[in-house]
Write a protein that binds this ligand. Structure first.
Ligand code: GCO
Length: 466
């Protein structure tokens, strides 16, 4: 029996990046400080003492990078806006030089036939707002809406695809519970209040975008990772369900009208103290699309020593699993599982994989990076995406993370996720073998689209990709 065919129509191929990880120029042209500028200066927080200040020089080299995107035949580029470059104090008077940069960036994309996709918040809250409580202050909803309106006023005429938040569970969890990301806050109540306020922003931001009309598509993104129990024991299953509630359900379920996942994690009931009358409705929104951002999966076992979750992740290396250079298990089937699952949430009509990729120890030799492991990672995960699509999941695009190597948060510049290698001494760019492979795949897929034909989801069936 012939395997189901991928309908190639309207499927988009892109590449993603973010302002705090690439722009650098943190003190140029009126930009205000962000919480990551401050956090990265604290000893021991970031590998090598690296800071976003260096970046990849995107602020100065954006035309070079866009020329690479065009040369590779990638027609969709996801990037984020630095809130503190646009509003140095977080609110109040815009910084015209900051707005001018994004105005030029969008025009440069369009001039090259590249569709810009913008994330409005990719973790880099203005430091001035953190000093007023940041995500723990419910005023953040209005601060965000005013900021978004400032950006939309300038760019909404040319940019149609918008994402409100980048991975809210990451910046609330790592930044407000574990304290390992900016702003370095810890504790359950700090976490829960940031979760609720981010959930309010998520929905309000989608509604704000949808109120503009004129072809604007309102989306937001979710970090996802399937969570499985180490053993089929009641305790391990309970532990896996608790971790799954945080990692996969915590933000999409209030948005889709299911409320917070207290069934799997009763301690979440404590979020009630931050809920005001009418919030349940305020949390609901029906996005035009969602972004799924997935890299790996987690195997967990019960652990009474871990507060609240009573769960502990099991090292993939101890499971003899194949991993990336930063120890993340390589498990493409998990992306297929996530896509099938998220497609079942009510109100989800269109999904894009807005981030997927891997860090490997890339070696530059004679101007070339032979990153075969990354090509194999991309191939297997793209096949998982196309397999889900053949089975009716409305997944309509794939964005590789990331365009260039960049500031990988606590890993600093040591973890290289890019399709393009950055020599951080010279800031020269070197296109990796995986980028050429991705470029050829896009070319062949678009050739099918032009003939309105379809193909098996096994990527190599599209042509002689090796
Ligand atoms: C995230 C962020 C990206 C990361 C990437 C690799 O998903 O954590 O969106 O900024 O750099 O995912 O960890």
């Amino acid at each position: 029996m012939e395997s189901p065919q991928v309908n190639s129509k309207n499927f988009v191929w892109g590449v993603s990046s973010s302002a705090p990880q690439t722009e650098g120029a943190t003190e140029r042209d009126g930009r205000g400080a962000s919480i990551w500028d401050e956090f990265s200066k604290k000893r021991g927080k970031i590998a090598g003492g690296h800071t976003p200040g260096i970046g990849t020089g995107f602020y100065s080299n954006y035309l070079v990078d866009l020329d690479i995107v065009r040369m590779l035949g990638i027609r969709h580029f996801r990037f984020s806006i630095s809130w503190s470059r646009v509003l140095p104090n977080g609110t109040g008077l815009p910084n015209t030089k900051g707005l001018d940069f994004y105005d030029r960036l969008v025009d440069a994309c369009l001039l090259r036939g590249i569709e810009p996709w913008i994330t409005l918040y990719h973790w880099d809250l203005p430091l001035a707002l953190q000093k007023k409580g940041g995500w723990n202050n419910r005023d953040v909803v209005n601060w965000y809406l005013d900021y978004a309106e400032t950006v939309l006023t300038v760019l909404a005429d040319r940019v149609k695809n918008w994402m409100v938040l980048n991975e809210p569970v990451a910046f609330t969890g790592a930044g407000h519970f574990l304290g390992i990301h900016a702003p370095g806050k810890k504790g359950l109540d700090t976490f829960l209040s940031s979760v609720h306020h981010a959930s309010l922003v998520q929905a309000a931001g989608i509604k704000q975008l949808q109120s503009i009309g004129s072809g604007i598509r309102a989306g937001t993104t979710f970090s996802c990772s399937p969570v499985i129990p180490l053993r089929e024991s009641e305790k391990d299953i309970k532990a896996a369900n608790a971790v799954d509630a945080v990692l996969n359900r915590l933000f999409i379920e209030p948005m889709t009208g299911n409320g917070y996942p207290t069934d799997a994690l009763p301690i979440l009931d404590r979020i009630e103290k931050y809920i005001q009358s009418g919030d349940v409705e305020r949390l609901k929104a029906i996005p035009d699309f969602i972004g799924i951002q997935q890299y790996t999966r987690h195997v967990v076992r019960s652990s009474w020593m871990v507060p609240y979750l009573q769960a502990k992740t099991v090292s993939p290396i101890s499971l003899n699993a194949e991993t990336t250079s930063i120890g993340w298990e390589i498990h493409p089937e998990s992306l297929y599982i996530t896509l099938k699952r998220f497609a079942t949430y009510n109100g989800i009509s269109s999904i894009y994989v807005t981030e997927n990729g891997a860090a490997f120890t890339d070696k530059l030799a004679m101007g070339r990076v032979r990153d075969t492991k990354r090509t194999n990672y991309l191939r297997s995960h793209i096949e998982a995406v196309l397999r889900a699509r053949t089975e009716g999941v409305p997944v309509n695009g794939y964005f590789a993370w990331s365009l260039t190597d960049n500031f990988e948060w606590t890993e600093g510049y040591n973890a290289r996720f890019g399709l393009v290698y950055i020599d951080y001494v010279t800031q020269r760019r070197f296109i990796k073998d995986s980028a050429y492979w991705y470029s050829e795949l896009i070319h062949d897929f678009e050739a099918m689209q032009s003939k309105n034909s379809s193909c098996d989801y096994a990527v190599d069936s599209m042509s002689d990709h090796k």
